[in-house]
Design a protein around this ligand. Structure first.
Ligand code: TYD
Length: 136
């Protein structure tokens, strides 16, 4: 899938005097059914996460609190997203190298995923990824 398919998605935001509420519906706001949720927290300053691609997994990345950057790379082009609000997120399609950095202190990164954890779906070797997308 092309890098242009990976995009910022605005989520509904219901605001009233009691605060804000945002929700995400699989196959509606995001183009896949959610089968797993995981989150990164207590990330120490200067730490990087990610640095891999997934063969088939679709993901949606949200900053629930604080901020961080998500860098996506299809082997040819790169896109950097700064995530700092809980009412939008980035859809990450399969076969996209991802890299997370610039975590602010106390930030929480929540990821909605289209399938259960499966190590065989990961490509952790950059050269293997570049070969797979024809960019070696
Ligand atoms: P990994 O996906 O490599 O983390 P990141 O890309 O954020 O740096 O996962 C780190 C470890 O956690 C790895 O040993 C696999 C394990 N893990 C699970 O067991 N289940 C999960 O849902 C996820 C995302 C990771």
């Amino acid at each position: 899938m092309p890098l242009s398919d990976c995009r910022l998605i605005d989520l509904p935001k219901i605001s009233d005097a009691r605060g804000n509420l945002t929700f995400v519906e699989g196959n509606n706001h995001i183009p896949f059914e959610v089968k797993r949720v995981y989150y990164l927290y207590d990330v120490p300053g200067g730490a990087d996460r990610g640095e891999h691609a997934h063969k088939d997994l679709h993901q949606f990345v949200i900053s629930m609190s604080g901020s961080f950057d998500l860098l996506l790379d299809d082997g040819f082009d790169k896109k950097r997203f700064q995530l700092n609000r809980p009412y939008y997120g980035v859809y990450v399609c399969p076969m996209m190298w991802r890299y997370l950095d610039n975590f602010s202190s106390g930030s929480v990164c929540m990821v909605l995923a289209s399938g259960p954890y499966d190590e065989t779906d990961y490509i952790r070797d950059r050269d293997e990824f570049l070969k797979a997308v024809g960019a070696a």
